[in-house]
Design a protein around this ligand. Sequence first.
Ligand code: ZN
Length: 150
Amino acid sequence: MPDLDELYQQVILDHNEMPRNFGKLEGANRTAEGYNPVCGDHISVSLQMEDDVIRNIRFQGSGCAISKASASIMTASVKGKTRAEAGVLFERFHEMVTGELDTHLDPHDLGKLAVFAGVRKFPARVKCATLAWHTLRAALDGNRGTPTTE
Ligand code: ZN
């Protein structure tokens, strides 16, 4: 049995309890929704893009601890980054949770995102951990410059 403690690290529990950048984003010009039917995680990500830079980002929704903590740390990690930088970060993150990248061996620039390294031992949780990222990409790719109607 893989060790659950390795999955539910304190940082993850903290972000689940007190998610950063949680709530409605005033002035958002891009938004996307993501759903992980396997676990029931539902999330929406709103961005305020300025040229190619993510000036502000917030998320809403509900889900398991992994999906919520991942969304929280994702928003903190990509705020202020360009679309390309966020894309690279997603690639690294994806490699890590699917086991292609071993953060103990390889140098990486994942920072706090490395707490999700334990997810690789729980294949069913990979979708929980990547949901926020897929939703971010959908927001970045979709409705360019179109204000959200609410
Ligand atoms: Zn989940």
